[in-house]
Design a protein around this ligand. Sequence first.
Ligand code: FCB
Length: 417
Amino acid sequence: MQKLFTFPENFYFGAATASHQIEGGQNNNWTRFEHANAERLAKESEAAFAWNPHWSKFKSEATNPENYISGAACDHWNRYEEDFDILVSLGLNSYRFSIEWSRIEPGESIFSEEALDHYEAMLIALQKRGITPFVTLWHWTLPLWLADQGGLTSNDFPYHFERYTQKVVNRLGKYVHFWITLNEPDVVASHSYLIGHWPPQKKNPFAYLKAERQLVQAHKQSYQMLKAYNKDNQVGIAKHQVAFVMLRPTLTNRVLKFLADQFWNRPWLRKIKHYQDFIGLNHYHRHCIDNGYGKNPNLVQTDFGWEYCPESLTQALIELKGYKLPIYITESGVADADDTLRQDFIPRVLKAVARGIEAGADVRGYLHWSFLDNFEWDKGFWLRFGLIQVDFKTQTRTIRQSARMYAEISQKRQIEL
Ligand code: FCB
């Protein structure tokens, strides 16, 4: 029998973005990486994505070097008012975005009042529209001067991050209650220092461990700074959390699941135990376990080639319940240029949230990734995650059908289970 689930009255329904992926006009370590690597990424894309069932649709875009240059991106830097009007038209009540460190501190100890003014204007624009901001301080990009000093592995990284936090909170603190210090620190440290795909493209386990340590320290100092400014501030990280699913409950599979959770899902939350007021959950997919880790070959794959299973969010929520902290889903979404999968995803993923709440997880918000189609790091523009379609040539925004479905459910605050 179907039953109607009602989301809590002050539940946050919103959408999320990151500065480098939408603002345009960047000058940071990723910009430099893009210019140095666009040709190579375009050449390698065919081999890298040959396994992807959707590849033929994207081949011409992904084999073009221009795809790998973020350039004007969504030109959100100049169009934020118009974009926020779209959030309002959808009736969403919250918005997660990131502050671009390289704009705030373009040279070491040189802080840009102009950039602070700009973010203040953005926060005022949100306030006027009644939209609650969730502000990320660091979504992966570094000022060039800091990258040149060793980036995350620089001994001074925590000091610089704390000082940047201080500048931001002193100026913008009065508009912001929810702070996310770091986005997916485990993902960026492993891709940049272990796998070597992302700047500075190192494959060095010692550098990786140091980057992790520095990030933990940076988070703690930033946390303390934000709480010192206002003890009521709610501060956390956005944690990449995978649902590891055993296809059969054998002993080997149990051991593999235990190891995966211990090495991926748990370490960060353990390391920052007394330095978080909530858990920000970024969840995209599950990993199947059957004498090894992999995908379930029978499931649909998103344009990215990630396994499609919106229900795995419930498992991620239940597994986080034990931390006894409020949970805000800070990212969840699908790469789907056609918007057919996303239309299926929206009701299913919101049911998955509802089931998580019913199972006792203290979930207080859902911020869909992403608000706009955007620049997907070393993959470029061809992956479309937006509720809003963006034509990158004309900068035209088109509201997708999935966004309208999301708007409808969030307005009602109810979903049939
Ligand atoms: C997350 C990142 C976000 C976006 C999505 C697809 O890991 O935080 O910036 O790239 O994946």
